[in-house]
Structures are given as C-alpha cells and as structure tokens.
Design a protein around this ligand. Structure first.
Ligand code: ZN
Length: 322
C-alpha cells in the first residue's frame, strides 16, 4: 500500500469514527429532550447507620432537563457519578431537615462540583438553620477555597458561593419547567422538617422526608403519580414504643399509600428490609416497591422501574418482586 492510499484509509476510518460519535451524541440529546415525564434516581436509600449497599438519603429528580437533588447524604457524589451525572450539573439542592445523614454530602457536592466546573453559586433551599450551615461551611473549608482561588489558573469565585434560602410551607421553586412545593411533616423533635412535591410535564412526585404518619403529607400528595415515603422498619422490628418514634413504620407508610393511591408507592430510608414488604401490604393493596440505591423510576403516563410497570401489578401487589 502506498503512503497516499494508507492516508486515505486512515482518513476514512477517522471520518467513520467521527460519524459514529456524532450519532451517539445526537442519540443522547434526543433521549434527554424527548422526555415527557419525570425521572427519579434513588441515589441513597439508607439511614445514619453505615451500609456499603445503601448510602445516605439523596434523591435526584429530573424533569424537562432540570436536575433537582433532594437531600445530600453520605456518598452522594459517588452515586451521582455512578448515575452518569456530574455534581456540577445539579441545578438546585433541597433539604428536608438538618439531621446529619441528610446533609453530610454537601461539602463534597459543593466543592467537587466547583472543582469539576460549576461557575455559578450552588442554590440550597432548606429549613431554618440552612443559611448558618452554609456560612460555616465556607469557614470550615476556607483553606481549600483560598488555595484554589490563589492558583495561577484559579477556579471561578462565583462557583464556590452557596445561595442558601430558608423556606416555609408552599411553592418555593418554579423555573417554568419544574415546580417544587415544600410542606411541613412530623419528625418528632426535629422542627421544622419538610417533605417536597415536584410537578413537571403534567406529572408529580412526592418525597416524604423523615416523618411519622402525617396528614399534611397526605394533603400535599393527593393526585401524585409517585409517592416516596420513608419507613424505618416493620413496626415489630423497631424496639422503640410507637409513642417514642420520630419516623414512620412500614405500616404507617402503607396507610399513607392506601389513602393517596399513587400509581407507585416507594419505600426508602429503611434500616432493615426484614418484614418491610409484608408490613406495607397489611395496610395497602396497590403497587409499591422497596427502593435500592441507583434504582431509576420513570414517571409518565405509566410509572416504570427496573423494566417493570406499575400498571402490570395486580391489586394484590407487585408480583414481579416475588
Ligand atoms: Zn431525620
């Protein structure tokens, strides 16, 4: 083969590779823009107790291209990366309450997002105390912030700012594509504690946050397609008497599902799975699933997860799990 014909072969191969890569990129953009519902990724479904399978509370909700993160527990940046999302891409963070297992991932999300290219402030909505926490985080990480801004090729100053907003019950976010409403829940001595409702593309997802059975949650969740409810365990697995508890049992969550009748109920923030499903089923005959880390739920005309559809389940429950 002459030098010229070798160059022609290499050129053709190069163009073929470029064409394949371009088609893949178009495919990805098309998948993102054709979305007609809400995509939920359960990043962390665990509790304060360290567990390699289930990280701290964090739920990614994507609607019409907006990436919203609810709580920021242990390992959130690792789970985001596993889900194919850079921490710099998070448009807004919402905190249900300030228990450490819901917020310890904030420094990682905030500073790694800055390091990876975020050039605007990180907006955080949360209960009273959120602004103080943000201010003190900036002090705690002052060395890192200073050294990266003093470098010859400094990171942008705006990217390390936190835009903290303290919330009350009601609509708190609306970018024209997604709307977020906060509502007060009952997490015992932890006051205030919030749950959230997200509406986008004519669909809705509700996240309970940490709460006991709560009528306000029931009221805000009416008509929701997907209701994600915390449940510590089956009631019999919790040694604390019911009057001393600050978070729902699986039976409590089942009662809420039975009233709200979502297309899909989801249990998260559970300490142990033993007896959990049967406890929900005592109170509720509709579709539900016990969440695992990195489970993806697509909320559209139907609600699907792990290739299963809530519409395929019977009133007796989710047969696909059995
Ligand atoms: Zn809590």
């Amino acid at each position: 083969m002459t030098g010229v014909s070798m160059r022609c072969v290499l050129n053709r191969r190069f163009h073929l590779i470029v064409l394949v890569l371009s088609l893949r990129m178009l495919d990805n953009i098309s998948a993102a823009t054709n979305s007609d519902g809400i995509k939920v990724t359960l990043l962390g479904t665990g509790t304060p107790f360290p567990n390699a399978e289930r990280f701290g509370s964090a739920i990614l909700v994507e609607g019409a291209g907006t990436k919203l993160l609810f709580d920021c527990g242990r390992g959130v940046v690792i789970r985001l990366t596993q889900a194919g999302v850079s921490p710099k891409e998070i448009d807004a963070l919402f905190l249900t309450h300030l228990h450490s297992d819901h917020v310890v991932g904030i420094p990682d999300l905030w500073l790694s997002g800055w390091l990876l290219g975020r050039s605007k402030p990180l907006p955080i909505w949360g209960p009273q105390g959120t602004s103080s926490m943000a201010k003190h985080l900036a002090q705690a990480f002052g060395f890192d912030i200073h050294i990266r801004q003093a470098a010859p090729d400094p990171l942008p100053a705006e990217g390390v700012e936190i835009d903290a907003k303290e919330i009350e019950q009601g609509e708190i976010f609306n970018d024209g594509l997604a709307r977020v409403s906060a509502f007060l829940v009952d997490h015992g001595a932890v006051k205030p504690a919030f749950g959230y409702r997200i509406d986008s593309a004519n669909h809705s997802v509700v996240i309970s946050g940490d709460t006991k059975f709560c009528q306000t949650l029931v009221d805000f969740a009416r008509g929701a397609d997907c209701l994600i409810h915390a449940a510590w365990s089956a009631s019999w697995k919790n040694p604390a008497p019911p009057s001393m508890r600050s978070i729902a049992s699986a039976e409590d969550a089942g009662r809420v599902f039975a009233i709200v009748k979502p297309k899909l109920g989801v249990i998260y923030h559970y300490k142990t799975e033993e007896g959990l499903s049967d406890a929900v089923r005592k109170e509720y005959n509709g579709p539900f699933v016990i969440a695992k880390d990195l489970m993806v739920i697509n909320v559209g005309k139907t609600v699907t997860w792990d290739g299963k559809s809530a519409a395929d389940t019977t009133p007796d429950g989710d047969k696909s799990r059995r």
